[in-house]
Design a protein around this ligand. Structure first.
Ligand code: HEM
Length: 153
């Protein structure tokens, strides 16, 4: 592997550790979604990282257990400060950029697709039925336009 290509696929937890640390460092620093972590939730990254790594290791490889409530914290956040389509679009944009910057391959593609699906599912559930989901097929590929990615850029 050379220094200039993101050549290898995500192959397990060690890779996820690096991806997630980079992703959350960027997310915490982001002017749009960072405040949800730093101001609203007061998230301790060193506590969050092992949990979210379990979540992704389970999602991609089924080699870890994740039995925590992934929806609850977002509902709590949303009740304090609304999480908008633009926020989820920004999350997806950062997720894609982080994965693409480090990896290439089927697992990297699955990680991006699953991130989009979960972002849309969270958004739909928080926004409630009928809110900015028109024309969106909930179980299929998430059209980025539905997440107002462009306006979040
Ligand atoms: C605008 C988008 C999002 C924001 C601002 C956001 C923010 C947060 C915050 C502040 C927490 C609480 C962390 C803590 O314990 O202090 C959290 C938890 C969590 N988030 Fe998100 N999130 C977003 C989208 C997503 C997406 C799309 C996923 C999945 C791919 C996700 C996965 C999780 C999981 C699994 C937890 C629970 C971790 C645990 O305690 O077990 N989040 N999120």
């Amino acid at each position: 592997m050379n220094h200039f290509a993101a050549a290898d696929d995500i192959s397990g937890r060690a890779d996820l550790d690096v991806v997630l640390r980079r992703f959350y460092t960027a997310a915490f620093a982001d002017p749009g979604i960072g405040p949800f972590f730093t101001e609203v939730a007061g998230t301790d990254l060193e506590v969050h990282l092992p949990r979210i790594t379990d979540f992704w290791e389970r999602a991609l490889f089924r080699t870890a257990e994740y039995r925590r409530d992934a929806f609850g914290p977002h509902a709590a956040l949303h009740s304090v400060r609304a999480m908008t389509a633009a926020d989820f679009g920004r999350w997806v944009q950062l997720w894609h950029a982080t994965v693409d910057g480090l990896h290439r391959g089927p697992n990297a593609e699955r990680a991006k697709a699953q991130g989009e699906r979960i972002a849309l599912a969270l958004h739909r559930r928080l926004a409630g039925e009928g809110a900015s989901t028109e024309g969106v097929d909930g179980l299929g590929f998430v059209p980025l336009a539905a997440l107002e990615l462009r306006s979040a850029a």
